[in-house]
Design a protein around this ligand. Structure first.
Ligand SMILES: Cc1cc2nc3c(=O)[nH]c(=O)nc-3n(C[C@H](O)[C@H](O)[C@H](O)COP(=O)(O)OP(=O)(O)OC[C@H]3O[C@@H](n4cnc5c(N)ncnc54)[C@H](O)[C@@H]3O)c2cc1C
Length: 552
């Protein structure tokens, strides 16, 4: 196929598509669009490809979906030639994989690194976007794809005195490239989400003393991480066609796993306990698949939550600390379950202290201490494991102006609104990968990324074949989809947690359940049906209509 006709000012750089971000989403998007003969420019604010795995270099960082599944499936050669060393690969290995993909598919020439996209303005006369970058360029493109990541906008907590701290301050999502050595230091970690749960055991081994400041206790399941043998990898590869098919089409969360055949209350106490023990011994996120109603029925959920609380009490020797580590304010699974290596056991170490900042809040950071209401906790280094402005944070930082100069931030002031998580009405030819309203962070994200990228590529090719100028979500389809996303969410226990799925970790952010819970298989079918019905729910602008719109 030939490239889309360029709209061209001679002195402007013009592309068919601008892609923002060079994580797994941006890289695969580039690969697919280039395969269509389109001209593409990817802008990445980081110094290299890899996204999440470029930024999150904290000690203990690794994936929590098994690597044989948390990897691209689009190239059979790639999935056969890359040898994952562990069940859950560590961050450096995932970053090497991202770099390998960039080299293997020759992606680098079309990626501008160290370049942030600051703004994108839609021109209704030409149906093109003008994209402004941090190096002062303005480039134009028919399409813009936001591959900006759901967990890429690190959240700094607003704590009095933070800038007065004399030691080093690190955010897990912005970790330095050079090694950080905590040997002999008193270290404070603020936050107990996934990044803290991964890093705390590793930091505790180095630090002279580690103080963990916990606002909300989270449920964590052991990873039981091990090295992968060649035989295990081969066995997996042999079944790859079925594993990948199942993950895409049948799994709710994009992970191949044995699905439960009954609810938690269908078993008696002993049988239920045995089943939870089995899942605990297996480890990982699929603990929640012990029964089919754990996220739907509070009584069923309580049985799983109770089991994990008991495990915490068994592992942690000090009863007071164990109690503080037992989550009691949200159903298990209603916040992303964490996966750990020796997290709870770390609190048995004599050099680790847990401070509950719900009952003993942080008042301020001093030059050498975190001061809570009860006392000063002296520290030499501070780690902020305070998470991200999830799903919308990185999009919101770009000044995006659609029809009638409306900004996306204005439109999303009361919460993000999209059709299928892919497009928002009023913003033609602007696609979002794993955006709010799609399964996104509730899934194995590479499965969701590949599905979105394939769908967007097909949509652009379809438009080109018909000489169409613009594609936009209709207001009606968007309203219906937003209502559907909410309805499905509220049929589950998810909205009962103050989670980042709800924007609850960001003061002032509207509380709306952002990801689509319907499941990746169901969602894929809906997207495919929409495409098969000539993109039902999207408004297509023909050249003639565009001319009329300009004239009127
Ligand atoms: C520590 C951690 C562990 C995780 N583990 C898992 C896991 O096991 N399984 C799973 O499914 N998911 C996991 N995730 C989620 C993870 O984010 C996704 O799996 C995946 O890496 C997302 O890829 P992406 O390309 O969509 O986004 P990202 O990897 O976030 O990449 C987006 C890129 O866009 C760039 N960008 C953003 N805004 C701009 C701008 N304005 N201009 C230029 N560049 C911009 C960013 O710098 C970033 O590099 C994890 C996330 C974290 C933080």
């Amino acid at each position: 196929m030939s490239a889309l006709p360029s709209i061209s000012g001679k002195d402007l750089e013009t592309y068919d598509v601008v892609v923002v971000g060079a994580g797994f989403a941006g890289m695969y998007m580039l690969h697919r669009l280039r395969g269509q003969g389109l001209t593409v420019r990817v802008y990445e604010q980081g110094g290299d490809v890899g996204g999440t795995w470029y930024w999150n270099r904290y000690p203990g960082a690794r994936c929590d979906v098994e690597s044989m599944q948390y990897s691209y499936s689009f190239s059979d050669e790639l999935q056969r030639e890359w040898n994952w060393s562990e069940r859950y690969a560590p961050q450096p290995e995932i970053l090497r994989y991202a770099n390998h993909v960039a080299d293997r598919f020759g992606l680098r020439p079309d990626i501008a690194l160290n370049t942030r996209v600051d703004g994108a303005v839609f021109d209704e006369n030409t149906n093109t976007w003008s994209v402004t970058t941090s190096d002062g360029r303005i480039v134009t493109a028919k399409f813009v794809v936001l591959a900006t990541g759901c967990l890429s906008n690190a959240r700094l907590p607003d704590i009095k005195g933070l800038s007065d701290f004399k030691g080093k301050v690190y955010h897990t999502g912005h970790w330095p490239h050079e090694p950080v050595d905590f040997t002999g230091l008193r270290v404070g970690v603020i936050g107990t989400g996934s990044s803290a749960i991964q890093s705390v055991p590793v930091i505790a081994e180095q630090a002279h003393h580690l103080t963990v400041f916990q606002r909300t206790a989270n449920f964590s399941i052991p990873a039981h991480n091990t090295e992968l043998t060649a035989e295990e990898r081969d066995a997996f590869r042999k079944n790859y066609p079925e594993i990948r098919r199942f993950a895409r089409e049948e799994a709710r969360n994009g992970i191949y796993a044995e699905l439960p055949d009954r609810g938690a209350l269908d078993d008696g106490d002993n049988a239920r306990r045995a089943r939870f023990e089995q899942r605990w011994a297996k480890g990982g996120l699929t603990f929640m698949l012990a029964y089919n109603n754990l996220i739907l029925d509070k009584t069923a959920n309580d049985t799983a939550a109770g089991f994990v609380r008991e495990k915490i009490a068994e592992i942690v020797q000090d009863p007071e600390t164990a109690k503080r580590l037992q989550p009691d304010d949200h159903p298990i699974g209603s916040k992303r379950i964490c996966v750990d290596t020796e997290y709870y056991a770390t609190f048995n170490r004599p050099n680790v202290t847990l401070v509950d900042i719900k009952s003993d809040p942080i008042d301020e950071i001093l030059s050498n201490a975190v001061r809570t209401r009860a006392k000063n906790h002296e520290i030499d280094a501070l780690v902020l494991a305070t998470g991200f402005d999830a799903m919308t944070g990185s999009v919101a930082r770009i000044d995006i102006r659609g029809r009638r100069s409306q900004t996306l931030n204005q439109k999303w002031a009361e919460g993000p609104r999209t059709f299928l998580g892919l497009m928002s009405e009023g913003f033609p030819n602007l696609f979002i990968i794993t955006g709010p309203g799609s399964p996104s962070v509730l899934s194995n994200m590479i499965v969701s990324i590949e599905q979105h990228v394939d769908w967007i590529t097909d949509a652009i090719a379809w438009m080109r074949d018909r000489g169409l100028e613009a594609m936009e979500a209709s207001r009606e389809a968007e309203d219906q989809w937003v209502a559907h996303v909410n309805e499905v969410a509220h049929a589950t226990l998810y909205p009962q947690a103050n989670s980042w799925y709800m924007g609850a970790n960001i003061p002032g952010k509207p509380r709306i359940f952002m990801p689509y819970i319907g499941g990746v298989g169901v969602y894929r079918r809906i997207c495919n049906e929409v495409a098969a019905k000539e993109y039902e729910g999207f408004v297509m602008t023909t050249k003639e209509r565009a001319k009329k719109m300009v004239a009127s």
